[in-house]
Ligand binder design. Structure first.
Ligand SMILES: [Zn+2]
Length: 276
């Protein structure tokens, strides 16, 4: 899954810590204008992406805390993902989806997952009157979060950021069932991307069709699920899964299977159930 074309930008983070896979792509396209993010250096990522961590072996998840700048993976007390079992009801505001009907989406493989990056900032969720713009989305197989100790076949993470760089990630479980036509467009693009070892841009994607009925969310405070595991994420895991066919899912799992971080201790955190 190596890429030779993509300059790897290393960004220094003061008040903001994106995961490496997020920051790499965004920094490279200068989508982030937040002044707290400074591009300190860049290097040609010729040989591999992220050689310092993986999901198994000597750089596997139990060693992430040893990765430079990623000690939170080991010492953090609000890590993700978690097994969602007990939930408390809440009157907190539901996230309001404000996704555009048409978005061009750049697709690339970062060595840990396939990353889908809107070329515009016209998709967002609104939390307490604050706009969190969709920066990218990507997938894990199987799911990272569990519902009652059960994994789903996959989970998509829609990563949003506000102007201060705080993150709100919407997790959507994947379940085998009815086809999703818009997902098909993205998966066709994914195959082109990986077969040609190049980027591909899918045009006119209606991302709202990738988010199932937003009726119930499980909300808790957590972290990135990849190094540096920064505890800057408000999680909104959708109770309702998104369906796709087994053929569609196979395209995803053939590329990445087992790119899920193990369940982390919930500690004293509460999971709130938000419903309309
Ligand atoms: Zn993720």
């Amino acid at each position: 899954m190596n890429r030779h074309y993509l300059a790897f930008a290393t960004i220094a983070v003061s008040t903001l810590s994106f995961s490496a896979c997020i920051s790499q792509h965004q920094a490279s396209k200068e989508q982030l204008t937040d002044t707290s993010v400074a591009v300190m250096a860049s290097q040609d990522n010729h040989s591999s992406h992220h050689p310092k961590w993986s999901y198994e072996g000597s750089t596997g998840t139990e060693y992430w805390g040893d990765v430079e700048g990623a000690s939170t993976c080991k010492t953090g007390k609000q890590q993700s993902p978690i097994n969602i079992t007990k939930v408390t009801s809440s009157s907190a505001a539901m996230p309001v989806m404000d996704y555009a009907k048409s978005t061009d989406v750049r697709i690339h493989d970062n060595g840990h997952t396939v990353v889908y990056t809107p070329t515009t900032e016209n998709n967002a969720i609104i939390l307490d009157n604050e706009r969190y713009v969709l920066k990218q989305f990507h997938y894990h197989t199987p799911s990272e979060h569990q519902f009652g100790s059960q994994n789903y076949p996959g989970e998509i993470h829609f990563v949003h950021a506000n102007s201060e760089g705080n993150l709100a990630v919407v997790g959507v479980m994947l379940k085998i069932g009815e086809a999703n036509s818009m997902l098909h467009v993205l998966l066709d693009g994914t195959e082109i991307t990986t077969q040609n070892d190049d980027e591909f841009t899918a045009n006119d994607v209606d991302l709202s069709t990738l988010t199932p009925v937003m009726a119930t969310f499980y909300h808790y405070s957590g972290s990135l699920t990849t190094p540096p595991c920064s505890e800057k994420v408000q999680w909104y895991v959708n109770k309702q899964p998104l369906t796709l066919t087994s053929d569609q899912f196979k395209i995803m799992s053939d590329l990445y299977e087992g790119n899920n971080r193990p369940i982390q201790p919930q500690g004293s955190r509460k999971v709130e159930q938000l419903s309309n």
